[in-house]
Design a protein around this ligand. Structure first.
Ligand SMILES: [Zn+2]
Ligand SMILES: [Zn+2]
Length: 190
């Protein structure tokens, strides 16, 4: 455990919600109901997992959609694809699992049903007015977190000659092919 955080492990970050929302809106480029869903999910994660902003790399989000809300999670929690702590398990659900690598705690937040037939504006107002606890069911996080990013060797594809990470190459007849070249050799999948 990082000793800087020892002794205050259970104190969630003090959140300036207004400022955090402005940051999400600026990052996303517009405000909408979907952004609000991700924003409230992030707030809930901060509360439930006692997240602190000083160590955003220890927070991992697995999103089950790639809609507007994911941008709020990136802006609010610092989860990003490049850092490897924003992952996707694409299921077309408004569900987000959050993991605190420091404590090992995790939750999966699943958006509850909303009234049907709302306009964009009504949806935004509806979600803005709800608390995170009113919006989401809290379930156990069941998706296993991958190990931290592994480094793979790279080598050239035998056909196109482009340098490719080993985990993306496939062997055929003793030669290594990238996935794009491999598909051209597959007469059962054209
Ligand atoms: Zn949006
Ligand atoms: Zn190739």
């Amino acid at each position: 455990m990082d000793e800087r955080t020892n002794g205050r492990a259970s104190a969630p970050a003090k959140v300036d919600e207004r400022a955090l929302w402005e940051k999400c809106a600026a990052f996303h480029g517009h405000v909408c109901g979907g952004l609000t869903i991700g924003f409230k999910a992030a707030l809930y994660a901060i509360e439930l997992l006692a997240l602190t902003f000083s160590e955003d790399e220890k927070v991992v989000c697995i999103a089950e959609n790639d809609a507007c809300g994911v941008d709020a999670i990136q802006a609010a929690l610092g989860c990003s694809i490049g850092k490897g702590n924003l992952l996707f398990h694409m299921r077309g659900k408004q569900a987000f699992s959050f993991y605190n690598r420091r404590t090992g705690q995790a939750v999966r937040l699943v958006l509850r049903d909303r009234p049907e037939g709302m306009t964009r504006e009504q949806s935004l107002a509806y979600y803005q007015a709800l608390s995170p606890a009113e919006m989401f069911d809290v379930k156990p996080a069941t998706i296993r977190l991958p190990e931290r990013a592994q480094l793979f060797q790279s080598r050239r594809c035998s056909r196109c000659g482009e340098v490719t990470g080993e985990n993306w190459l496939r062997l055929r007849g003793g030669e290594a092919f990238c996935l794009d070249c491999l598909s051209r050799y597959d007469r059962f999948d054209v």
